[in-house]
Design a protein around this ligand. Structure first.
Ligand SMILES: *[C@@H]1O[C@H](CO)[C@@H](O)[C@H](O)[C@H]1NC(C)=O
Ligand SMILES: *[C@@H]1O[C@H](CO)[C@@H](O)[C@H](O)[C@H]1NC(C)=O
Ligand SMILES: [Zn+2]
Length: 984
């Protein structure tokens, strides 16, 4: 591969490696669009159902229709009914979105039913749209997982319909997510989508766009990728429901069907026709063309599809009959693709947009910024799920495993696909559904880890009779709990590194009160013991007996592993005691020193040993907001979706208790703020950032009226930083977006909620950009802001006792039962921030933001994964049986190239690889430039006897075909065009 002279920052390139060329698809296109009428207002009626992949009910409950007491919703019945009704009349159209449900339906159909669906697709009656496993949330999802779940959905569709070209989705349909991300728009464009449709945007933005006729625009989602990441976008006038009075659903609605018998006393055609014409007239001038898109459906509609289709048939017939009386309205069955083609033919010049659509508010006091943080433990588990999934997929390729059963990889792929849903990772589902998600994800992780273990065994066996090693993952390391390291005298830790470059990490193992030796090969390496902090030992559901952690530094080859052999010696070791620090609370490594103010116990300064600067005037502390329970201005409560604080934040404790622990590898200050807020400030020997490992909970909230719940935040302050209200957050974990306090780039903001309305989604980082940059990296998605200059604030955890009225019908009150007392307590959450305060670029010209993005990847997103196994073998015997170091890639890749994906497709016959240019323009004088990546011989699987094809981002269409067939829309010229130009 060679990139052309145009530098393509942040480019994603996708290749499929296979034994034979792709079969040509059966039919190029099966779009059969009904004709439109020139000079008329063409109303494109889009029959649809919005089927949440879990929300008030679990995924399976929705599919089978269980728990009708909660919601009358059965997706298998919907799809069945639609297939039958479409088959009756060829004019009818329908779109289907959620591949998770489609697959579940497909799996239980006869060949005849499957063929029937295929015919409907070929005839253009049924259009598969979006096609991802679920309709992903856009605020708190990571691009890695978004791309993965589209790939899963697309691959499933290809499998169902044998690669049928017109079954491949071409439209983004993000109708329900609570705000929209620029990186998502870029991803959809790079997958070859022609357009993107959604319903939700800030109510003030909507009003402005309706007034200025800007409901349609071309979203320029990446400056450096130009057209390849631009996408035509349209917001709906109101919502994705049917027009008021025209919901023909027998299960969910009470609107009047059309009685077209003129002899009937209840004949209502004139009334039904006239009010529909009124509705059309009230909206048609909002749009730029003579085409208007009208959604006919809602959540879980079409369980009795006949009532919809029969009435839409009649509506079309009778409204169009008015044309002979001079009506200029033309109704037609349509799909978003047909609508978009009609709009494209109008050949207008469109306005552009290059920021994003966050935060979303549907009222002056209703900012959907609470869900950026809701259910923090589920959000963390999802991020770990992604880390593990990449590890398993890569190892499957490297070990050439054939996928034999669903559990091998699909179990976690599907669980991760479900987790991206806009009521899953968002935390806006009912508690029983959240429990089901966690269970599904946990099973997926265990299955995936078992596959990885199989691969490591295959790759590490030196001799054929080497016994199988029972590798396991320790999923509770975040509360310092690991059965294998705690209860064995001899065990191994094998760390796998999913990066295409060497990785190093500090490993922490919960162990007993003994001395341990750790060796790499047969060479003992440096270790350190650390006390497990009291606040962790007190976690009620922690069942571990370990009171200390064994720490060592590991370096691991690219796409490879390194095994460490750990032995418990006979010598006991006392738990390390805190150091008496002669009144100075200083922790340091080789690169930085962090200081805590001895009088307050709070973080106060950071000294850089590299540039000799001592940054004083820093601080960090915890605060809480009381959640509003409605007030004189609005009845809006704070809840799972919405953040509405009742006043300013209150400090939890201005003088925490502190203890210091020091060693050669790591130094820590443990802070106790209260019974429910604690933290460790930590500096590792070779790291350039400070870690703040926070633990929050159980959040006290008992008396409904006095204390309606709390929302806990951490605030980092740099006194001397003049930021003028500007800060930056990431978009789905990728590029950064400028945020400005009390401001929106595309309309005059009238802000009634000065705190909640300044919150933005932080998927991986929040930063300031001055001469000196303050950056905080997160290990999960959180809400973040900068309410005063020089501060960065992140919401860590929330517990609320009132529902916020957006449908979930439950307060966000996560609890667990204390095994000791039997009493229900609020959930505890623990996590890490990496904090850096450094010049905007270092001596080599690398920007602080670029470094931070890298630290985030190396430590949080694609961190080395630890596999543990007890062993009876001695160190020497181990070395006779197993390779302890393995590198899966022939040569490490250049520093600016990330392997985003390396996974088996079609059960292992094919391999999918995605390369990512990891830098933005001006990130770094060297790393922002192009790199040459040889694909042949990248690993053993990439032999020169293989076919390699360059695919679009979703891996279901060739790049060349997508680039030449995507609809191009003319824009008003804002922003220079750069063509994507790349040749294999
Ligand atoms: C940096 O400043 C802090 C706070 O004034 C002080 O405690 C610390 O000793 C200083 N560090 C160095 C290396 O000068
Ligand atoms: C909250 O803090 C802001 C900024 O410091 C201040 O202007 C405002 O008066 C405070 N509000 C209340 C209710 O104390
Ligand atoms: Zn939804």
């Amino acid at each position: 591969m060679r990139t052309s002279a145009t530098t393509l920052y942040f480019l994603l390139s996708v290749y499929l490696v296979r034994a034979n060329p792709i079969e040509t698809s059966y039919k190029a296109s099966c779009e059969v669009c009904h004709p439109t009428k020139e000079g008329y207002t063409n109303v494109h009626l889009i029959p649809h159902t919005h089927d949440d992949v879990g929300w008030l009910k679990t995924v399976d409950q929705y599919f089978y229709g269980q728990r009708p007491d909660i919601q009358k919703a059965a997706v298998q019945i919907i799809i069945d009914s639609v297939v039958d009704e479409l088959s009756k009349y060829p004019d009818r159209r329908f779109i289907y979105v959620e591949t998770a449900f489609l697959k579940q339906w497909w799996d239980i159909q006869s060949d005849e039913r499957r063929a029937k669906m295929r015919t409907l697709i070929e005839k253009g009656q049924l259009e598969l749209i979006s096609g991802a496993w679920s309709m992903h949330d856009e605020a708190v999802t990571h691009y890695h997982s978004i791309i993965d779940q589209f790939t899963l959905g697309f691959g499933t569709i290809d499998q169902m319909f044998d690669g049928l070209s017109c079954a491949k989705p071409k439209i983004g349909w993000q109708i329900d997510p609570f705000g929209h991300a620029r990186e998502t728009a870029s991803i959809l464009a790079q997958m070859g989508f022609d357009g993107l449709f959604f319903a939700r945007l800030d109510h003030q933005d909507r009003a402005r766009r309706i007034r200025d006729k800007e409901m349609e625009f071309v979203w320029r989602a990446s400056e450096s990728l130009g057209n390849a990441s631009s996408i035509f976008t349209q917001a709906f006038y109101k919502h994705y429901s049917a027009p008021s009075g025209y919901c023909f659903d027998l299960v969910h609605c009470n609107d009047q069907p059309i009685n077209e018998n003129p002899n009937s006393g209840d004949y209502n055609v004139p009334n039904r026709v006239n009010s529909f014409i009124e509705f059309v007239n009230s909206q048609k001038d909002t749009y730029q063309t003579e085409h208007m898109l009208v959604t006919m459906g809602d959540d879980f509609t079409y369980q009795q599809a006949a009532s919809w289709f029969d009435n839409i048939d009649r509506l079309i017939k009778h409204v169009n009959a008015e044309q002979k009386n001079g009506s200029m309205i033309n109704l037609l069955y349509s799909t978003p693709s047909c609508y978009l083609q009609a709009v494209h033919r109008a050949d207008k010049v469109w306005k552009t947009k290059s920021d994003d659509l966050f935060p979303y508010a549907d009222g002056d006091h209703s900012f959907w910024t609470g869900y950026y943080t809701s259910r923090p433990t589920l959000k963390y588990m999802e991020r770990r799920g992604n880390n593990l999934l990449q590890v398993c997929k890569q190892l499957s390729v490297l070990a050439e495993l054939k996928q034999e059963k669903w559990e091998d990889l699909d179990s976690l792929r599907e669980a991760m696909g479900v987790m991206q849903h806009h009521d899953a990772i968002t935390g806006t589902e009912k508690q029983h559904v959240a429990d089901d998600y966690a269970k599904m994800l946990h099973k997926g992780m265990l299955d995936c880890a078992a596959t990885a273990a199989k691969a490591i065994n295959k790759l590490s066996a030196k001799i054929t009779e080497a016994p199988t090693v029972n590798y396991e993952s320790c999923l509770l390391l975040n509360v310092s709990q690991c059965e294998i390291s705690e209860s064995n005298d001899r065990f191994v830790v094998t760390l796998y590194n999913p990066l295409a470059q060497e990785a190093s990490t500090y490993v922490r193992l919960p162990v007993q009160n003994f001395k341990y030796t750790v060796s790499q090969g047969s060479v003992p390496i440096a270790t350190q013991m650390l006390k497990i902090p009291d606040h962790v030992l007190r976690v009620p559901y922690r069942t571990s007996t370990a009171v200390q952690e064994l720490v060592f530094k590991a370096t691991i080859p690219p796409l490879g592993f390194q095994t460490f052999y750990v032995t418990k010696t006979a010598e006991e070791s006392a738990v390390p005691a805190p150091v008496e620090d002669d009144g100075k609370f200083t922790i340091q490594g080789n690169l930085i020193q962090a200081n805590v103010d001895p009088t307050t116990g709070l973080f106060e300064s950071l000294y850089s040993k590299q540039n000799g600067l001592n940054y004083t005037g820093l601080s960090q502390n915890f605060y809480y907001y009381l959640g509003s329970n409605g007030d004189m201005e609005s009845s809006q409560s704070s809840g799972a979706y919405i953040f509405r604080p009742n006043g300013n934040a209150t400090v939890i404790n201005a003088t925490p208790e502190i203890t210091t622990f020091k060693g050669e590898l790591v130094q820590e200050i443990h802070q106790k703020f209260s019974d429910w807020v604690s933290q460790i400030i930590r500096v590792y020997a070779d790291n350039e950032f400070v870690e703040f490992e926070w633990m929050i909970g159980p959040i006290p909230a008992q008396l409904r009226l006095v204390d309606p719940g709390k929302e806990v935040v951490t605030r980092y302050l740099a006194q001397d930083l003049v930021t003028n209200g500007v800060f930056y957050t990431d978009s789905n974990g990728r590029g950064s977006i400028e945020r400005k306090r009390d401001y929106r780039p595309t309309w005059d903001l009238d802000l009634k909620e000065e705190i909640a309305g300044n919150y933005f989604p932080v998927t991986t980082f929040i930063t300031t950009k001055n001469e000196t940059e303050m950056t905080v990296l997160t290990d999960r998605a959180q809400g973040g802001t900068s309410l005063q200059d020089g501060t960065l604030e992140l919401m860590l955890h929330r517990r609320l006792l009132h529902d916020d009225g957006r449908g979930v019908g439950e307060a966000l009150n996560e609890k667990y039962e204390d095994p000791n007392s039997g009493v229900s307590q609020g959930m505890i959450a623990r996590g890490r921030h990496l904090f850096s305060f450094a010049p905007i670029s270092d001596a080599l010209g690398t920007t602080a933001t670029a470094k931070a993005r890298r630290w985030s990847r190396d430590n949080m997103i694609l961190a080395p994964w630890a596999f543990f196994a007890p062993t009876d073998l001695s160190d020497a015997q181990w070395l006779e049986n197993y390779e302890v170091v393995y590198q899966g890639i022939n040569n490490k890749l250049p520093e600016n190239v990330n392997i985003l994906t390396l996974e088996p497709m079609k059960g292992g016959e094919e391999v999918l690889v995605r390369f990512e240019h990891f830098y933005e323009p001006n990130d770094d004088p060297a790393l922002s430039a192009n790199s040459l990546v040889p694909i042949y011989n990248l690993t053993k699987r990439f032999g020169t006897d293989k076919m390699i094809e360059e695919m679009s981002l979703g891996a279901n269409r060739r790049l060349a075909e997508v680039s030449s067939s995507r609809l191009q829309f003319r824009t008003d010229g804002a922003g220079a065009e750069k063509e994507r130009n790349i040749a294999p």
